[in-house]
Design a protein around this ligand. Structure first.
Ligand SMILES: Cc1cc2nc3c(=O)[nH]c(=O)nc-3n(C[C@H](O)[C@H](O)[C@H](O)COP(=O)(O)OP(=O)(O)OC[C@H]3O[C@@H](n4cnc5c(N)ncnc54)[C@H](O)[C@@H]3O)c2cc1C
Length: 427
């Protein structure tokens, strides 16, 4: 049996829920459930002593969901993304795509934030004393090693067993919970793609006027530098793909750089995330124009990240257990939607499990959750892959208003509310 605080409380209509993983999506799930009055316990294997310092794109649909969960946008200290400027690696101009009207089109702008600031805000909303519903309880340095989908319980590394009405695996691309939901371990195949990531203080760019285009010259927004480019402006070969994405975050005080490239290493035999020297980075981009290389020369604390995609899964749910976020559908960062899709999962789950939901209704509601979320998240995941790997699809997202409307114009809360109304209407 679980601890007393994990049991269903029939007098208040509150469910007990266990969330495995306190990444961005785990905290979002805890917020969404807490706001319905449910009692949430989060188990996180790490201590958060070394949080990932990196920027994160927050497109319109993502920001809309964050605001809906009570996020105070000012706490994100974000920077508006008013345009995408693409340039060729040799310094020649490319395309400029205006994103200043995304707020007009979708009700919320596209902004960029520091991952730690976003994580802190979601953590505040999940476990802080203020807000709707009982604060979630967070246990750090508690690794979950197994899950019993029939009993509705998890086992921690110390051998203790915890039960709850609902168990959510938000435990990332190398999820433990996924194995128990599927009944088998699956392989997350190498994508052959990796990214060099680092942050530079904006003030470090001050002595170099040739770098003013990054964060000083308006309109502000993401700068994308691709190589190689043929004279017709079409990327040459899949295996030569290199793109550097640059944008400011934390009120413009930091510059986030992600240099995506085809990774010729045998990805199964190297670390998923490892430090790399500036020299190696410069070697890799040796043919870039001097003004881009100047930025690379300022790089410090660079890591190389493998990027993998979770293949479409047979299911995301089993009994009272479900998975969400990267555990269910990790994608490439091409569309800037990885976190956004996990956040939409969390919002959908919260709507589908309102206060008063009986524990025995959970398996059916999880089926509805899967029906609502799986197709859309897998569509985004596939597009994120194709639009990087297939030369003819590169940049489609920025060029296609129809595709942007589909991704950023979508309102998951409304869709989930509509489905719930249908379920409750049948009763
Ligand atoms: C290079 C790169 C750039 C990206 N850029 C963007 C972007 O601009 N915009 C965007 O929306 N997305 C972006 N993404 C994707 C985004 O970062 C992820 O989709 C998102 O962070 C996933 O969150 P998560 O909570 O599902 O998983 P994670 O962040 O992986 O969190 C999982 C958590 O679970 C914990 N955990 C794991 N196993 C256990 C266990 N057994 N027991 C207990 N705890 C456990 C982990 O310690 C971790 O804290 C990017 C990804 C990459 C790699």
């Amino acid at each position: 049996m679980g601890p007393p605080d994990a049991e269903h409380n029939s007098s208040t209509g509150a469910l007990s829920a266990i969330v495995v993983g306190a990444g961005l999506v785990g905290f979002a799930a805890a917020v969404a459930l807490r706001r319905q009055g449910h009692r949430v316990t989060i188990y996180e294997s790490s201590s958060f002593s070394t949080e990932l310092g990196a920027g994160l794109a927050i497109p319109s649909n993502t920001l809309r969901c964050l605001i809906g969960l009570g996020c105070v946008v000012a706490n994100l200290d974000s920077v508006d993304n008013l345009c995408f400027t693409s340039m060729a690696y040799d310094g020649t101009a490319g395309m400029k795509s205006d994103s200043s009207d995304y707020e007009g089109q979708y009700g919320t702008p596209w902004v960029m934030a520091h991952r730690v600031d976003l994580h802190n805000e979601l953590r505040r909303l999940a476990i802080g004393p203020d807000g709707t519903g009982p604060p979630a309880v967070l246990h750090l340095v508690h690794r979950v090693v197994s899950c019993d989908v029939n009993a509705g319980s998890i086992t921690l590394a110390d051998g203790s067993v915890q039960s709850a009405d609902l168990i959510i695996g938000a435990d990332g691309i190398r999820s433990t919970i996924r194995r128990f939901v599927l009944g088998e371990e699956i392989t997350i195949p190498p994508s052959g793609t990796a990214g060099f990531r680092w942050l530079t203080h904006a003030t470090a760019l001050d002595p170099y006027p040739e770098l003013d285009w990054i964060v000083k010259n308006p309109p502000m927004g993401a700068r994308v530098i691709s190589a190689p480019i043929t004279p017709q402006g079409v990327p040459k070969a899949d295996m030569d793909y290199r793109t550097i994405v640059i944008y400011a975050c934390r009120g413009g005080s930091l510059v986030n750089v992600l240099a995506i490239h085809e990774d010729s290493r045998h990805q199964d035999s190297v670390a998923w995330n490892a430090p790399i020297t500036r020299e190696a980075l410069l070697d890799f981009f040796g043919d870039y124009h001097p003004r881009f290389k100047r930025l690379l020369e300022l790089a410090e604390d660079v890591h190389v990240w493998q990027m993998r995609v979770v293949p479409p899964l047979r299911t995301w749910v089993n009994g009272r257990v479900g998975i969400m976020g990267d555990a269910a559908h990790a994608s490439l960062p091409t569309l800037g939607q990885g976190f956004g899709m996990g956040l939409e999962d969390a919002v959908a789950l919260g709507v589908l499990l309102p206060s008063g939901t009986a524990p025995e209704e959970i398996p059916d509601r999880l089926q509805v959750y899967e029906r609502l979320r799986k197709e859309r998240a897998e569509y985004v995941s596939k597009e994120s892959f194709d639009q990087q790997k297939m030369a003819e699809k590169r940049g489609v997202y920025l060029r296609s208003r129809e595709m942007r409307d589909k991704v950023m114009g979508y309102d998951v809360k409304k869709e989930a509310e509509w489905l719930l109304a249908g379920i409750l209407g049948q009763k």
